[in-house]
Design a protein around this ligand. Structure first.
Ligand SMILES: *Cc1c(COP(=O)(O)O)cnc(C)c1O
Length: 225
């Protein structure tokens, strides 16, 4: 079993060092897909608050089991419209908004008893076929749709660049520019989610302030997901 405490403190130090170079605080999102609720609790005991999950069905039992820990849960995987009701009731953030239908369904299903749902617009920045995310030209209209929803709060952008080329930083640099354009019309947006275990330094150098890290924290996953 990898040493979670050691990995966590090393990552926090690395994020602080990278962030200091670009004058920004960087938050760690612990990607807990395939990890048990017990392992998440172990990580939470180290002071980690924010956790990311890819699948609604996998996440809900963990979120429910760990309710008393008052963690912050982010959905980072693609969202089907038939899962919006469950997602809107359990998550604090949805990072994978890429079409109007999902925006409407989340707004409709977010319970009034909960604070507004934080959302990020996911951009398919390398225009990869079959990958979720909107095209850069669609951001403006989607942002207006979110802004018009009472129970959603637009926080920024998310991207998963092609890992084969993400290290060169070009996709991250394009995202940085798109984020600054978004902020011209939506000045309250504050989050640029990009960077994973293998490419987070390049992402932070280009403005990421929320990095999504799984394997460098919990150890390698059994499958490629
Ligand atoms: C799995 C996943 C991550 C974490 O990947 P690692 O390489 O294990 O750090 C980050 N973001 C998304 C969207 C993921 O699906």
């Amino acid at each position: 079993m990898p040493d979670l405490a050691l990995n966590h403190s090393r990552l926090l130090n690395a994020l602080q060092a990278c962030g200091a170079r670009s004058g920004r605080a960087v938050r760690l999102l612990a990607v807990s897909k395939t990890q048990t609720a017990a392992r998440v609790a172990e990580c939470a005991a180290l002071g980690q608050r924010a956790f990311g999950e890819n699948y609604v069905q996998e996440a809900v039992p963990k979120i429910t089991a760990l309710h008393a820990l008052d963690l912050e849960w982010h959905l980072i995987g693609p969202l089907q419209s038939n899962k919006c009701q469950t997602a809107a009731r359990h998550f604090d953030w949805i990072q994978s908004i890429d079409r109007e239908k999902i925006i409407k369904a989340l707004d409709r299903h977010r319970p009034d008893s909960l604070p507004p749902l934080n959302v990020l617009i996911q951009v398919n920045i390398d225009a990869e076929p079959g990958k979720s995310g909107c095209m850069p030209t669609e951001i403006k209209a989607l942002a207006l749709h979110v802004a018009a929803c009472r129970k959603l709060r637009l926080r920024g952008l998310m991207a998963i660049p092609d890992p084969a080329t993400s290290g060169n930083g070009m996709a991250f640099a394009r995202m940085q520019q798109l984020f600054s354009q978004l902020r011209e019309n939506h000045p309250a947006t504050d989050t640029l989610s990009m960077g994973m275990s293998d490419d987070f330094p390049a992402a932070i150098a280009h403005g990421a302030n929320l990095v999504r890290i799984g394997s460098a924290l919990f150890g390698p996953r059994p499958t490629s997901r």
